[in-house]
Ligand binder design. Structure first.
Ligand code: TMP
Ligand code: ASP
Length: 261
């Protein structure tokens, strides 16, 4: 691991001071938690997979005009990112009922929602990241009305893009969570950027044919095969290659054009 100065340690990632002002290094751990870290395990290789999968989405989202914090992947576990002030909200987008919305509204898991639904949760582990309204967001000054509009619009755009990308590889995007950050760019202009990560830790992904879960619900629900499911997502995305030439199949990361892995 890097010997750079540590800025922050979260449940699945560590942030270090970056090489240039205004940058950070985001390190992906193998630590896996659920239910506000009441359930905890180290899953070997998960951080490597999430680093690579999140890089893939961030690069492709930038291409369709979503500004992100991502600058480049440095190595198997680290990314160089823009330093932002994280908006203290988790933005969730749901296409199909699963998880907390089933509990809250008495819906059956897997039932279609009338349309994609955006939710805002206040980022506060001690409170279990509660669902909040725009009234709360405005009253407590967590984000401005313009920021809320921008986060909603960007999240819906991300949803459209990811739904298409996943459908092409036989996966249904059930729901996902994103986070945003603020920064002032080199010209002094204010920016709202997609931050954090997008990976099977922060999405629900089901195989289109079989409904097999390919995400962190395998860990939350003790279904087993967590890392194998993340690997399957990476293989289908073309990020990871299964070598079948030897008698024991091995996995290798597909290079993405930079020489730093
Ligand atoms: P939920 O149904 O538990 O509210 O989760 C909705 C989505 O958000 C799901 O894709 C998992 C993701 N999520 C996170 O990324 N972090 C969290 O802490 C929680 C609770 C959910
Ligand atoms: N990320 C949260 C935790 O660790 C919850 C979850 O993903 O289920 O505790």
């Amino acid at each position: 691991m890097s010997r750079r100065k540590q800025i922050y340690e979260g449940k699945a990632k560590i942030l270090f001071e970056g090489p240039e002002p205004g940058t950070l290094v985001q390190y992906f751990k193998d630590d896996t938690t659920a239910f506000n870290a009441q359930k905890k395990e180290v899953l070997n290789g998960k951080g490597v997979l999430n680093n690579r999968i999140s890089e893939h989405f961030m690069i492709n989202l930038e291409k369709i005009g979503i500004p992100t914090h991502f600058i480049k992947r440095i190595n198997m576990r680290e990314q160089l990112i823009k330093k932002v002030e994280i908006v203290p909200l988790e933005v969730i987008c749901r296409n199909v009922a699963a998880g907390s919305i089933c509990k809250m509204l008495g819906l059956e898991e897997g039932s279609d929602l009338p349309r994609s639904i955006i939710e805002f949760c206040y980022k506060k582990d001690e409170l279990g990241d509660p669902l909040v309204s725009e009234e709360h967001i405005a009253a407590f000054n967590w984000a401005t009305a313009d920021e809320v509009d921008d986060m909603r619009a960007m999240t819906l755009r991300i949803n459209d893009f990811l739904c298409g990308m996943f459908a092409a590889i036989g996966i249904r995007l059930i729901d996902f969570k994103v986070e945003f950050g603020r920064r002032t760019d080199e010209n002094g202009d204010f920016q709202l950027l997609l931050a954090d990560e997008i990976s099977p830790d922060s999405c629900r992904l089901w195989d289109i044919e079989t409904n097999k879960k390919l995400d962190k619900d395998r860990f939350r629900q003790d279904l087993g095969g967590v890392t194998e499911a993340y690997e399957e997502v990476a293989i289908r995305l073309g990020i990871l290659k299964k070598e079948t030439t030897s008698s024991a199949p091995t996995l290798s990361i597909v290079p993405n054009g930079d020489k730093s892995s």
